[in-house]
Structure formats: structure tokens, C-alpha cells
Design a binder for this molecule. Structure first.
Ligand code: UDP
Length: 259
């Protein structure tokens, strides 16, 4: 049985230097965010990044149950990453996989450095990520969405966290791997950064690169992260501008201006 339903092309980069989805080596996939999409959560966000469709919800800060798990000086942060059974080509078993357990930890560890954990002693913050459609780089897309969900919940953050995977495909360093590039490429390097401080919160590496290629990949990733960071900020502004324009405050102000 073929492993992939789609035919894997012989070359992942053509003679004009274009990738299978016609992107240049330094181009991100189309990316969009929406903040505040789940009414039952304290904060939430939805991301589309290429073919990835991922929703993140945040609960808290709230009481820790059971109480003995509480920390006297800071909040406890939990993350749960799950893929829907229909999110990948081969139906995924609904039972949590080892990969999902690992990615839950990766996402948690990538976000915790951005949170002022000491502001919320004895409390718990839950971050829940659901992958609806997967297309390579779901951990990075999840971090991007969950970071916005934390901000939407009003949790004090040092900075947003922005993430992207860089990799090596047909011997070339490329930005933001898609599913085929992730599976068929020579290296995968997901990074997450607090862009305001240029501080890394995630750096994983799988594959082979020379030292020079590795440094090029990091720089390419940081360029992509600046674009993602801008879009994340725009998404937060869009939500709060909408709320503000629907609040009485603005109506009253407009009325005063109209007088
Ligand atoms: N994937 C899949 N089936 C699975 C898990 C993953 O087809 O059960 C695909 C999915 O598109 C995912 C990609 O493999 O995005 C790469 O997965 P990886 O473990 O490298 O994590 P990611 O790149 O999503 O952060």
C-alpha cells in the first residue's frame, strides 16, 4: 500500500527554485489568525497556516484541582495537544499517541517562558490545542495560536511567542515546511521565539545540516518569525478594535464628537 495518497514528486524544488506549492525558499505559507473564537474559554484563537487548521483554548488562571498540585509562588501550566481523527490522511486513532504527549510538552515548554507565572500563585492555566487539519509544522502553528489565546485570556505576558519550522529540502534551506517537505526533506528545525527579546523558547532539530546551513536556517526562521509576529499583533488589535467599536464607550465618544 502506498504510504501517501498524493504522488511524491521526484524533485521537491524545481529548476526555477520553486517548491511544490510554488513558494520561494524564503516564503511562508499563507497565514491567518482569529482571536476570541470560543465563548466557553477564557481566551482562544484559531490559526490557518498553509493547510493547517488549528484551534487553541485557554482556561484560567483558576483554582488547582487537586490542591496539592498547586505551587505557592507561581501558576502551574498544562498543555494538551490533540489531533482530530480526520486531521491527517490516514485516520488517526482517537487514543492519545506518544507524539501527542510529546508535543503537548513541547508546546507547554515553548509558552511558559513568556508568561509572568509569579503573578498567579496557587493557580492553574490550561492550554488546549486541537488540530482540525494537519499539513506539517503543527507544533509551530499550535504555539502561534496558543500564544494568542493566552493574550486573549488577559494573562500577563512578557511577549507573544512566534514559531515556524525551517528545513532542508533537496539540499536547500527553506522556510515553513509543508507536509511533504516535512516528511521527505533532509532536515526539520522548528523554532519558537519571543521576538521582542530575540529569545528562543524552542529549538528542535531532526536531520542533517552543516554548521553554515544551520546558521542560515536560524536566520531564515527569524525573518519568517517577524512576519508571523506582526500578523499575531494585528489579530489581537482586530479583536479589541472590534470590541471597542461595539462598546458604549465609543458610541458615547462619537455622540460627543457629533455634538
Ligand atoms: N502527520 C500525519 N499523521 C500523524 C501525525 C502527523 O500525517 O499521525 C503529519 C502531519 O501533517 C504533521 C506532519 O506529519 O503536520 C509532521 O509531523 P511532526 O511529528 O513532524 O510534527 P509537526 O511538523 O506537525 O510539528
Amino acid at each position: 500500500m502506498a504510504l501517501f495518497k498524493y504522488p511524491v514528486p521526484e524533485k521537491l524544488i524545481d529548476e526555477n527554485g520553486l517548491r511544490i506549492d510554488k513558494r520561494k525558499y524564503n516564503e511562508l505559507r499563507p497565514i491567518s489568525f482569529e482571536v476570541g473564537v470560543l465563548p466557553q474559554c477564557d481566551g482562544s484563537a484559531y490559526i490557518e497556516m498553509g493547510g493547517n487548521k488549528i484551534i487553541a483554548g485557554v482556561f484560567g488562571p483558576r483554582k488547582v484541582q487537586p490542591r496539592h498540585l498547586a505551587h505557592p509562588n507561581k501558576c502551574v501550566i498544562r498543555a494538551l495537544y490533540r489531533m482530530a481523527t480526520f486531521s491527517v490522511e490516514e485516520r488517526k486513532s482517537p487514543a492519545p499517541s506518544r507524539r501527542e504527549v510529546e508535543l503537548s510538552m513541547v508546546i507547554r515548554n515553548s509558552l511558559e517562558p513568556a508568561i509572568f507565572v509569579e503573578y498567579y500563585p496557587k493557580t492553574l492555566i490550561d492550554i488546549v490545542v486541537q488540530v482540525l487539519a494537519a499539513d506539517g509544522g503543527t507544533r509551530c502553528a499550535s504555539i502561534n495560536a496558543a500564544s494568542l489565546a493566552l493574550a486573549d485570556a488577559g494573562i500577563a505576558l512578557k511577549d507573544l511567542v512566534s514559531a515556524v519550522a525551517v528545513g532542508k529540502v533537496d539540499g536547500k534551506i527553506v522556510l515553513d515546511l509543508n507536509d511533504i517537505e516535512d516528511k521527505e526533506g533532509e532536515a526539520d528545525l522548528p523554532i519558537a521565539v519571543m521576538p521582542q527579546f530575540n529569545q528562543f523558547t524552542l529549538l528542535q532539530f531532526d536531520g542533517n545540516m552543516t554548521k553554515e546551513e544551520f546558521l542560515n536556517a536560524i536566520n531564515l526562521g527569524l525573518e519568517g518569525i517577524q512576519i508571523i509576529y506582526q500578523k499575531q499583533q494585528d489579530a489581537i488589535r482586530a479583536k479589541f478594535a472590534y470590541e471597542y467599536s461595539n462598546s458604549g464607550e465609543l458610541t458615547e465618544k462619537n455622540e460627543r464628537e457629533d455634538e
